[in-house]
Ligand binder design. Structure first.
Ligand code: NAD
Ligand code: WQD
Length: 337
């Protein structure tokens, strides 16, 4: 089977390409490299001792999508391409609607035209908005608190409408919780541009000496130690979830599935686990709460097990150990080539 992976040069995309290649799929990556580096794809080939095809292009470009699908006889699409920084989405909402919503619309039109009707879409737990009950099940009410989240929600709704009108399509909407960690060889990993927004990459940069301390955004939440609790999931587990979803798309459907561990960890737990994994100290200061943050968020991950036969395997220690290996071996990410 030939899989088109949009945004395949990015953090989750590269890890998914590794698993696809190891499982014997033909892989075609379409990426405009706006938040990634072509070197990452060389590393994917190095890890797997297999080659993939790369198209430098934009998901908003329907012509290039159609040409790619024809040329490589694509059977299914995994769609990662998009922008993902919550804060930036508040500043530049139109960029987010254009890349994430218009981009997906063009992709769907191209797929329809080329008769490719199997899609795995990268959604996010952000579509649950403020949790009304925990753990978060897939039938929890959906809402958005920022333009990024709204773009994901709009795409989900677009996919459900598309499926209502074309019930032969095969669509999996995967709602990721907090992906962290890296492939165990330390050759690929998250390479944030500028100062990282997310906890684990920031902690990793403190440990490697790029920042003096971690800002803990609030220690007065109603959680065991007062800091925010999240469901961190190892990116390799997440990548494997995509292969399970592809396998499950052997019948028409439009199904939303959580990919998380079902276990929540606080900011302090992550910080301490990272200290143990890295052997470095991660000093911190407590700041005021970050606007828009919730106290606690974790998945009910049962549906993924029931439907896909998938379960996250790696714990927080492995997430930190693998993240640290990547960070310490590549302190400047892919920039050193
Ligand atoms: P990433 O930025 O590392 O990867 C995204 C890739 O898409 C990059 O290689 C980028 O260059 C490419 N891209 C962006 N816009 C494009 C466009 N218009 N045309 C072609 N390529 C384009 O991000 P990631 O963490 O790997 O996330 C992948 C997907 O998963 C995104 O859709 C993101 O919203 C979603 N997601 C991520 C997280 C997370 O915390 N990392 C959580 C939930 C959902
Ligand atoms: C985790 C915890 C922070 C940084 C975001 C997006 C979400 C999804 C995943 C894409 C919180 C605390 C963080 C720091 C801190 N992305 N923190 N100091 O906010 O759960 O989710 O990424 O879909 O949409 O919103 O993840 O890693 O930013 O924060 O104290 O420097 O760490 O307050 O409690 P979040 P995060």
């Amino acid at each position: 089977m030939a899989i088109l992976v949009t945004g395949g040069a990015g953090y989750i995309g590269t890890h998914t390409c590794v698993e696809l290649l190891l499982a014997g799929y033909e892989v075609v990556v379409l990426d405009n490299f706006c938040n990634s580096h072509p070197t990452a794809l060389d590393r994917v080939e190095q890890i797997t001792a297999r080659s993939l095809s790369v198209v430098r292009g934009d998901v908003r470009d329907q012509a290039i999508l159609e040409a790619t699908m024809h040329h490589f006889a694509i059977d299914a699409v995994i769609h990662f391409a998009g922008l993902k920084a919550v804060g930036e989405s508040v500043e530049k909402p139109l960029d987010y609607y254009e890349n994430n919503v218009v981009g997906t619309h063009r992709l769907l039109q191209a797929m329809q035209k080329c008769g490719v009707e199997t899609l795995v879409f990268s959604s996010s737990a952000t579509v649950y908005g403020e949790p009304k009950q925990l753990p978060l099940t897939e039938d929890h009410p959906l809402s958005a608190t920022n333009p990024y989240g709204r773009s994901k929600l709009m795409v989900e709704e677009m996919l459900r409408d598309l499926w209502q009108a074309n019930t032969h399509w095969r669509i999996a909407i995967l709602r990721y919780f907090n992906p962290v960690g890296a492939h165990p060889l330390g050759l690929i990993g998250e390479d944030p541009r500028g100062v990282p927004n997310n906890l684990m990459p920031y902690v990793a940069q403190v440990a490697v000496g790029k920042h003096a301390y971690l800002n803990i955004w609030g220690n007065d939440y109603p959680t065991p130690d007062g800091t925010g609790v999240r469901d961190y999931i190892h990116v390799v587990d997440l990548a494997k979830g995509h292969l399970k979803a592809l396998a499950h798309l052997n019948a028409p459907q439009c199904t939303a599935i959580n990919l998380g561990t079902g276990v929540g960890h606080s900011v302090q737990e992550v910080r301490k686990a990272f200290e143990r994994a890295s052997g470095q100290t991660v000093p911190y200061k407590v700041s005021t709460r970050r606007q828009g943050d919730v106290a606690t968020c974790y998945a009910d991950a049962q549906l993924a097990t029931t439907l896909l036969g998938w379960k996250a395997e790696h714990d927080l220690v492995t997430m930190c150990t693998d993240h640290w290996r990547w960070q310490s071996l590549n302190p400047n990410g892919f920039s050193n080539g």
